[in-house]
Design a protein around this ligand. Structure first.
Ligand code: ZN
Length: 176
């Protein structure tokens, strides 16, 4: 142990894979998230099972991801262990022809022998997260921080300017 994680740890050497089914396991941890230049996810622990079917000109990959990443609650800013659970599919064509790539369909040319999955794996984790992250869905918390919620409610009251003299003046203007 103590060996630093590298992209090659998430690279399939498909050149030497026999036709048929193969299973691969990956663990995405803080070192993995540091391999990619991004600010979205710094910490987490996600287990990935890849079930790959190799045929002569294709590879069909089914990924099952399960674990968590460290994020902040969008409501109260508490630190959350946010669950990651998803299934993704990737179809890889081995061809020298240009194909139109899609999120689930990519190609590699016929003299390639390896495929780096690092970015794909990261995208799967990132895409599994909802637009709004809240304590109620987290692993390490159930509810938002009451104190923060109260503070937010108070500051909302303060920014309510409807009684402010300037606001009254504006209202007068719009009336006419
Ligand atoms: Zn919260």
């Amino acid at each position: 142990m103590g060996v630093k994680m590298e992209r090659k740890d998430f690279t399939i050497q498909f050149g030497s894979l026999k036709e048929g089914f193969h299973d691969f396991k990956y663990q995405l941890n803080n070192e993995f998230f540091a391999l990619i230049e991004q600010e979205l996810i710094r910490e987490g622990e996600v287990n990935v099972l890849l079930n790959l079917e190799r045929s002569e000109r294709h590879m069909s990959c089914n990924f099952t991801l399960e674990g968590w990443v460290l994020k902040t609650c969008d409501v109260c800013l508490s630190e959350l262990q946010y669950p990651v659970k998803c299934v993704q599919h990737l179809h890889i064509k081995i061809t020298d022809k240009e194909i139109e790539e899609e999120p689930e369909l990519i190609s590699v040319d016929s003299n390639a022998y390896e495929l780096d999955l690092t970015n794909h794996l990261f995208d799967y984790v990132a895409l599994s997260l909802p637009m709004k992250l809240e304590c109620k869905d987290a692993i390490n918390r159930k509810n938002c921080d009451e104190e923060v919620l109260e503070m937010l409610a108070d500051s909302e009251d303060e920014t309510d300017n409807s009684d402010h003299p300037e606001w009254q003046k504006l209202k007068e203007i719009f009336k006419n």
